[in-house]
Design a protein around this ligand. Sequence first.
Ligand code: ADP
Ligand code: MG
Length: 584
Amino acid sequence: MDTTNNAKQQPCDCQPKPAPEYPNQVTGMRVLARALKEIGIDTMYGLVGIPVTEFAYIAQGEGMKFVSFRHEQQAGMAAATHGYLTHTPGVLLTVSSLGFLNGLTATINATVNCYPMIQISGSSEREPIDLDQGTYEGLDQLNVAKGLVKAAYRVNRPEDIPIAVARAYRAAMDGRPGGVYLDVPTPCLGAVIDADVMEKALFKMVDPIPAMIPSPESVDRALALLASAKKPCILLGKGAAYAQIDDKIKQLVEKTGIPFYPMSMAKGLMPDNHPQSAISCRSEIIEQADVVMLVGARLNWLLSRGHGKWNPNGKFIQLEIDPMEIDCNRPIAAPVVGDLESSIDAILAKLPNYKMQMDPTWLPTLQEITKKKNAGLAAKLAPQTVPMDHWSALSACKKVIEANPDIILVNEGANTLDDTRDAIDMSLPRHRIDCATWAIMGMGMGSAIGAAVSTGSRVVAIEGDSAFGFSGMDFSTICRFKLPVTVVIFNNGGIYNGIGKPLDNTTDPAPTTLDINARYDKLGDAFGAKTYYVTTPAQLEQALTEAVASREPALIDVQLANDAGKESGHIGYLNPAALVDITV
Ligand code: ADP
Ligand code: MG
């Protein structure tokens, strides 16, 4: 991808376009900026170059915030996080070909995770693309995107842009949220139309996110099943957090008195230390619950698809917006298809008609187990081991983050992900963002930026050293935009750990080995951040306390032992190679 405005690299077979006689004439770029504003988009994330550079300036001129990145994938991760946290589509802007492809990975990730976002990409003129003749940054982008994202559109005429943007908005938001691609070829961006044609084409959407009301029968069926359960559980997913109906979820949990189990990003929707929290009782829920109510959560691989150790006689209620999700892994006895707000409203309204028959020993049993598990966790966190391992480092992070519950925690890595999720309690909704359903690495800096920009909150990103490598350069974006983000890098010198052994036939580093002596703090120095290099839990606690209090960009290099960590965290079974000899 080339982001220079070098005329030599432009195709020269197009005629120079007449300059628009602004304000009576406008370009497609102006229409696009106005159309986005009209639907309430006030922020874009992206990386400019031919053919979208001028568009970014025009959008800024129209009062939009443009957050310029170093890599499109991270800009896309930011847009997706923005969408998840604000319940409006995050917008990513990319250039043609490689920029588009780099960004597309994030748009696909958003689709997998049900985050609403729109990737807008400039693309080359159609004629040489359709004849496969080759052109500057030529790629048939629309056809590449189709099938990988929730919806993909191309707009060819400036006067169609308001409709295209509305279609993209509805596709991103309505039903199951996801990533949408909007292709805008260069000729459309540069085409000139009369300003009054633009004004006529612009419109306000009526009912942009319509309610989807569940059928009354489905609500009664679900309540009857829930009421009959002896060992029920409410399983909260990130769809429940995304819906921003926190008080209604709280009422559902507290009025039924049923224990709840949050998926990773639903942590904090109800406080992890709530008396009904069964967060430490995953295996007991799976093995014993007779009725599980899935609320904005999929019975997907993260839950063994409802198979494996799940109670074979257990039944499921599923509150879900997408009817095709129902029965996709295990039969669902009571589907409630609707948007969560409407579904929970309907359930709460009818709840007084049903008497819960929960076994009175079920919750106390889970509370006992929780106490034991908490004691086990405290024992893991207690030894202030030096050189640090994940647990001693997390003992310091836990103190600071739990004392500052407004902080949004971004988290990726292998052991760094698993152990942080277990160690740090969340007490507020939508304050934990991680690799989620696709389990990908390389969302850290982008998600931290999207979280900080879209909420104004302080953010701490706890990153494995390998995970940080995927997005590290966009730490400079945190610095340029002076965001209140602290990046904490757990350096154990490698993927899983730093003690991978090279095979006998090579002097190259082992595939899992990175650099235990790397001084990531010096990367922060390059961009003017506050930086720290820490080797003990006490130093880490002090550095993190100071960094988050400053509300300035900060980077903490946390020196772990190179043998801290093990392969694949809690999901080692996914990697059979860990169990057999590696031979060449
Ligand atoms: P988790 O990984 O936390 O279990 P998932 O992303 O797997 O969460 O599941 C979220 C589910 O929530 C998806 O099936 C999605 O369709 C659903 N969902 C998202 N938004 C809403 C909403 N507003 N109302 C109902 N369901 C929703
Ligand atoms: Mg590591």
